[in-house]
Design a protein around this ligand. Structure first.
Ligand code: SF4
Length: 105
């Protein structure tokens, strides 16, 4: 009777370890989100929501433009966040914007 219990415990521990490993791998492969107050973000006028842009401070802003319509946005249509090479591959918000915006072809 002890062997099946040990086998059950061993299987449970193995499953938990595999789950923890999978979660760790997922966390390590998902790039971090750019925050508005990071030095590079501040330098480039990045905002996570283009609706918050002060057009007087950002005269180069094209109304209606956002990361989702930028040539550098690495996501697909409908992605909420995706990597941007301007930020070293960190993720930016599709509805964000920065002065590096370039219209997607
Ligand atoms: Fe967004 Fe384009 Fe600026 Fe990257 S370069 S943060 S995708 S506007």
């Amino acid at each position: 009777m002890q062997a099946p219990r040990r086998l059950f415990v061993l299987n449970a521990v193995t499953a938990c370890a595999a789950l923890a490993g999978a979660r760790l791998a997922a966390a390590q492969t998902t790039p971090a989100l750019v925050k508005d107050d990071e030095p590079t973000a501040v330098a480039l006028g990045y905002v996570t929501d283009a609706a918050n842009i002060d057009v007087k401070k950002q005269p180069v802003y094209v109304p209606g433009s956002s990361c989702g319509s930028c040539a550098l946005f690495q996501g697909k249509a409908g992605d909420v966040n995706a990597p941007c090479p301007v930020f070293g591959g960190k993720q930016v918000a599709a509805k964000g914007w920065c002065t590096g915006w370039s219209k997607k072809a």
